[in-house]
Design a protein around this ligand. Structure first.
Ligand code: FES
Ligand SMILES: [Fe+2]
Length: 419
């Protein structure tokens, strides 16, 4: 794929004329009415990633997902035939939440042969069929065969499990993902099974945090404290510039050079990073198989030296590849117009030595620190956004992906209203 000739042929933003170059409305991040529309126009119509197939290793493996944005809980399960299915996690008797542990609103996972409701004991098979009704003879014209769990459209791509809550999805999953995302096929996601996850309840609109992750214009300012005293990144001396930006339908991506700490003078590296040969940019040593280099789709601009590639898969799922051979995902699950749950999962090839394991854990610890800096910052954006009567803002060329996100939100809402 051709590299966009930047800047000879103009800016990244102007490369996509549909985006415009004027101020962008952030009404979508403060308006309860627009949030209600996003629920139906976006989250009920798009395919949503809810996990990976490795979370369902065997027949009967299951997990639940709380999707407040769609006012439901989902049960995702591997059935006896090995197929992954998704259902509303709701008992057909009187609507009790079917699968949960000690706290009804918390997610859970495990392995089961069938699911029994905690209220009156109705039971369901792994295929969702209603298998048992307590005192069935006392009901009136009860047809158990019509009382299975309510299914949800479910499909997998590259081991990522997606659901679609619409009555009939407008696109099959692969078509929805489009060529830029499906070009990531072949990355050995299935072998990156050492996983570390964390989540945060963030008091800010879901898109505000996505904005902070899909531009690095802020990085030299916000993340300054993660570098040693006196450290100046030569690549960011004049501000930040990405190597490549690309849009494909509602999806977007960018490649950035990244920092290679192992190439820096020792006095510019934190002693802990030096000791563990690891830090924010991941373990310094690559695993035996170097996954990032074997899939050209992670580097659609075709650059020699890409440190990081971030793919923002519409609407709320980010996948970021690191040159040293690991990746992580982001999920942004709205809970209101001004709050969301932010999830990060970091994936490495399983450590083969204690040193590798420690390097992974150092990356996770450093990554959390960086993510919390962004979380904290965007809560300050939410605190005042809209309060001075300002609803639109100028975005620069390094913020092209933010412009695209807000434009895409507006256009999906527009489509929904038209339909
Ligand atoms: S609500 Fe589930 S058995 Fe009654
Ligand atoms: Fe950041």
């Amino acid at each position: 794929m051709a590299r966009f000739p930047k800047p000879a042929e103009g800016s990244w933003t102007e490369h996509y004329p549909g985006l415009g170059t004027g101020p962008v409305s952030y009404e979508d991040s403060v308006s309860p009415e627009l949030y209600e529309l996003e629920r139906e126009a976006i989250f009920r119509r798009a395919w949503l990633n809810v996990g990976r197939v490795e979370q369902l290793p065997r027949e009967g493996s299951y997990f639940t997902r709380e999707l407040a944005v769609l006012r439901t809980s989902l049960l995702v399960v591997r059935d006896r035939s090995g197929a992954v299915r998704a259902f509303h996690n709701v008992c057909r008797h009187r609507g009790n939440k079917l699968v949960w542990d000690d706290i009804p609103r918390q997610e859970t996972s495990g392995t089961a042969r069938q699911f029994a409701c905690k209220y009156h004991g109705w039971r369901y098979g792994l295929d969702g069929v209603c298998a048992f009704v307590q005192q069935e003879g006392e009901f009136f014209d009860l047809d158990r065969s019509s009382l299975g769990l309510v299914p949800v459209h479910c499909d997998a791509w590259a081991g990522f499990i997606f659901v679609n809550l619409g009555a009939s999805p407008s696109w099959p999953l692969r078509e929805f993902l489009g060529p830029m995302v499906t070009a990531l096929e072949g990355y050995p996601f299935d072998r990156m099974t050492e996983r570390y996850g964390f989540r945060a309840e963030v008091h800010a609109n879901w898109k505000l945090l996505m904005d902070a992750l899909q531009e690095q214009y802020h990085a030299p300012i916000v993340h300054r404290s993660q570098r040693p005293e006196g450290f100046e990144d030569p690549m960011q001396a004049g501000g930040f510039e990405a190597l490549h930006y690309q849009l494909d339908g509602p999806h977007r991506m960018m490649c950035t050079p990244g920092i290679r700490p192992w190439q820096l003078p020792a006095d510019q590296i934190k002693p802990s990073e030096h000791l563990l040969r690891s830090g924010l940019f991941g373990p310094w040593d690559t695993p035996a198989v170097h996954p990032a280099t074997i899939v050209p789709g992670t580097n659609p601009g075709g650059f020699e030296s890409v440190g990081i590639s971030l793919f923002e898969i519409w609407p709320n799922f980010g996948v970021q590849f690191w040159e040293r051979g690991w990746y992580h995902t982001y999920h942004h699950w709205p809970t209101s117009h001004e709050a969301h749950v932010f999830e990060v999962d970091l994936y490495f090839p399983p450590a083969t030595t204690a040193r590798e394991r420690l390097a992974h854990q150092m990356t996770v610890a450093t990554f959390k620190e960086f993510a919390l800096q962004d979380d904290n910052l965007i809560m300050s954006v939410q605190a005042t956004l809209g309060s001075a009567g300002l609803t639109s803002f100028p975005l620069g060329d390094q913020e092209v992906l933010c412009r695209h996100l807000h434009k895409t939100v507006a256009s999906w809402i527009e489509d929904y209203r038209r339909d």
